[in-house]
Design a protein around this ligand. Sequence first.
Ligand SMILES: Cc1cc2nc3c(=O)[nH]c(=O)nc-3n(C[C@H](O)[C@H](O)[C@H](O)COP(=O)(O)OP(=O)(O)OC[C@H]3O[C@@H](n4cnc5c(N)ncnc54)[C@H](O)[C@@H]3O)c2cc1C
Length: 531
Amino acid sequence: MGTAARPVIIAGAGPVGLTTALLLARHKVPVVILEARTGPNTEGSRAIAFQRDVFDIFDRAGCAGRILAHATPWGTGRTYYRGQELRAVTYPDPGDSPFPPWANISQTEVEAALRDRAAREPLIELRWGEPVADATISPDGVLVDTGTRVLAGSHLIGADGAHSTVRDVAGIGFEGRSYPDRFLIVDLRADLPFPRERRFHFDPPFHPGRQVLIHQCPEETWRVDWQVEPGFDLAADRASGRFDQRVRAVIGDRPYEVRWASVYHVEQRLAPSFARDRVVFLAGDAAHRFIPHGARGLNSGLQDADNLAWKLALTWHGQAPAALLDSYHAERHPAALENLRVTNGTLRFLIPQTVADRQHAHDTLERALTDPAARDAVNSGNQAEPYWYLHSPLTTPPDHPGAFDERPLAARPPVPGVLCPDAPCQAGGRPTRLRQLIGTGFLLLLADPARLTEARHAAGPATRVHALPHLDDDGRIAALLSATPGSAHLIRPDGHIAAVLPTADTEQITAAIHRACGAPQFTESEGQPGR
Ligand SMILES: Cc1cc2nc3c(=O)[nH]c(=O)nc-3n(C[C@H](O)[C@H](O)[C@H](O)COP(=O)(O)OP(=O)(O)OC[C@H]3O[C@@H](n4cnc5c(N)ncnc54)[C@H](O)[C@@H]3O)c2cc1C
């Protein structure tokens, strides 16, 4: 069976499934979303903290304005031990983005914005109450069984969450473990004098011996997350009045309303493969699970969606070889491994599972009270950031690779693989910003306007080509990109830098685009993970 004209089928109308669908529709690919629930989930939340660069993904999906308009921006996180502040982290902006470093809004509101946008998109069909029950996968397509009908699709994306059926059907495991510790999460509506910051308390006077995380959300709502004792029972806590005491200990005698309360446990899991047969792909919680501290779950799930959509679209339209699809696993699996590495460090500090780790966390906190040098070792969660595809088969390696600091919060230079910076600019006489110049194809930025014509010819009609001096008067964008005279930067549809070419040589431009499209001569020798 040929794949042309058959839709991509997505399992799951959660935030990752909806975003993937919107991005595919932007690329003119028809999508059917199969959702097990019979209607939208409008209660409660899970994710609240959305990282700045994810708003560019929402922008491409057509929802950034609405989500941002209802979100609470913030940029500082503070960590306390026994009421004493140990650390304050202010999140940097590597460019000049219109988005705040972080914005809090409930996942249910984000899903509603995505759903409303999807409802206006003729290329997206969302079917409620039709779960993916089974699938027959062949190298050239998929037959999906919902229990009541069978649908033919060109590809199947498992965005069906942690208990993914698609993952099972594809025969892909989910390695890792869950932890016995429990957390009580409550969204409280109250008029509180707390600042708009992430505040993490170890052993605070209002919850001795354990931890509390406090975040502000929109509409005078506060997310309070208590570490609670094993075997914690929310209904019993409420019935006994202990719940009210718990809240009162944090907010005093101000009136409050509980908007949502739930108990969660944490898991660290990773699918060993994010794809099968270039036909089935896993994204979001179906592919990985991280502890919420650091907000790496959904933020990275949305980056999965962004990474997958353009690759699937180019191959669906026959504009790139199927080998391009192998790069989804090649790029997003290392991104998830990095998230696991970072969150494992947080987990060992927050909920140590061994006597040695418990002692280490305790000693570090005690030392940090008096020794500022010990404070960087206090780990209350390292907030999410986009991954860097330095060693991807799609990335043209730089002639002279420099050192790259992988530590959290380190500055990421604009080298091949890294997300390109953002800043206001002009294009076609209109104010815009660099990342909005990215369309559904590649973007080529030339330092030398005299090379425009030949570069356009070499890049082909699907690539937008701009000269940096035409984008702004003050050279800010050239400086952000560390452009040199005569250089060229190739930017992918997901905003990552595919190549930095010291000279905008036409052969090199063509080769960099072919490489970024997964041309076999560049990718085959590097294996085909995820098959
Ligand atoms: C307490 C808590 C706080 C969190 N806070 C943050 C945060 O601040 N920031 C952050 O980035 N992340 C956070 N996370 C993680 C975040 O909630 C998840 O990463 C996110 O929900 C993943 O989205 P998803 O679309 O992949 O999966 P889901 O949201 O689980 O959606 C999956 C969808 O698939 C549907 N489905 C299931 N099976 C099938 C099937 N067989 N066929 C069709 N449909 C199916 C489900 O009904 C559901 O609608 C938090 C998680 C928790 C528990």
